[in-house]
Write a protein that binds this ligand. Structure first.
Ligand code: FA5
Length: 340
């Protein structure tokens, strides 16, 4: 019997060395410890032994059975650990590997310019106000002292939704909103998109951007308007930039003016781009708020005065970056956009 047990153990030990997966280990368990397994067969054969031999044989078989059980358990753990190790290696992520970074975009030039303008005015103590792109005829024209037969109200100049509502052709409607809704004194800027039925050329777009500026208080004068304009232009373009004031007419300001600055291409010397004048295209229109406009908003025009101007944000960007065509700002050419 002892020889038989030794032989079974020896066979088991050589077979378990070869078992490299969980299936083989399970087969070994069945072959040795199962109902018809080697150890079970040995146990059954005890019955044939003599009374004296039985206890010793039983002890040896039990020891062999425990040895096999333990070996199977250890092998099971070993194979499982190996499998896990292989899986982890296969799924390993190399955190040091180089991948192309996601390409993040940035604000368009016009929005950058608008933010820069707003921040300059904020630093000068102005409130920044937002307003609707679709507005009423009353705010866009009527209250701005633009009578019904004024050319600016012609349907060919603007985009009407219906007789009373239109896409705003300028940000000046924000003057009315703020004067009607806010307390005096007023010191505000408001920037955004405006729409006009203008032919596209190098300096005109049917959709462009304006920034409106309005100051209303006691004793506001043309000197305040000029000082504000000069401060902001020099802040935006540098101290060398000069301003040229030209008289103009707007129904909502009196007196009115338009402003150009030194040509950014030739720095005032004269070049084909400025028609040898040394001056840029027109950048803004402004003036002293018309007393009728103040009265339309319930403000005492005997006590209060104000100035206002509206500048073309697109054209400010053109001067700032030396662009000779407004269409560059809208073409979505990556070679252009990525320069900013
Ligand atoms: C106005 O729009 C007046 N609301 C400005 C104003 C405000 C006057 C407050 C008095 C008081 P104007 O039409 O000139 O004015 O336009 C103002 C600026 O917008 C122009 O100087 C120019 O810089 C820009 N601009 C006008 N039309 C276009 C266009 N089609 N494309 C690009 N920029 C334009």
């Amino acid at each position: 019997m002892e020889e038989n047990i030794k032989e079974v153990l020896a066979n088991f030990e050589s077979e378990i060395k070869e078992a490299t997966d969980l299936d083989k280990i399970e087969k070994l368990r069945v072959n040795y410890l199962g109902k018809k397994g080697e150890i079970t067969t040995l146990k059954k054969s005890i019955a044939k032994l003599s009374k004296e031999e039985k206890p010793q044989a039983g002890k040896l078989i039990n020891e062999a059975s425990k040895k096999i059980e333990k070996a199977l358990e250890e092998k099971n753990e070993e194979v499982k650990a190996n499998l896990l190790k292989k899986k982890v290696e296969a799924e390993k992520i190399d955190v040091t590997a180089h991948f192309d970074k996601a390409h993040s975009g940035h604000l368009a030039v016009i929005n950058q310019t608008m933010e820069e303008l707003e921040s300059i005015f904020q630093n000068m103590g102005f409130d920044v106000v937002e307003g609707p792109e679709v507005d009423t005829v009353k705010y866009v024209f009527d209250d701005l002292n633009s009578p019904k037969d004024h050319p600016a109200r012609s349907t060919s100049d603007t985009f009407y939704i219906n007789d009373e509502i239109l896409l705003r052709p300028h940000t000046s409607s924000m003057q009315i909103r703020v004067m009607k809704e806010c307390k005096l004194p007023i010191k505000m800027v408001s920037a955004g998109r405006v729409f006009r039925n203008d032919e596209v050329d190098a300096t005109h777009s049917p959709m462009f951007h304006q920034l409106e500026c309005l100051v209303v208080d006691e004793k506001v004068s043309m000197a305040n308007l000029k000082a504000t304009l000069e401060t902001f232009i020099k802040e935006m373009f540098g101290d060398d930039m000069k301003l040229r004031y030209r008289p103009h007419h707007f129904p909502f300001t009196e007196p009115s003016l338009e402003v150009d600055v030194t040509c950014p291409i030739c720095k005032g010397k004269g070049c084909p781009s400025c028609g040898n004048t040394g001056w840029s295209m027109e950048l803004l229109g402004g003036g002293m708020v018309h007393p009728k406009v103040l009265e339309n908003c319930g403000i005492d025009s005997e006590k209060y005065t104000g100035f206002a101007f509206g500048l073309g944000v697109d054209r400010i960007a053109m001067v700032k970056y030396g662009l000779d065509d407004i269409r560059l700002l809208y073409d979505n050419d990556k070679r252009f956009i990525e320069q900013f």
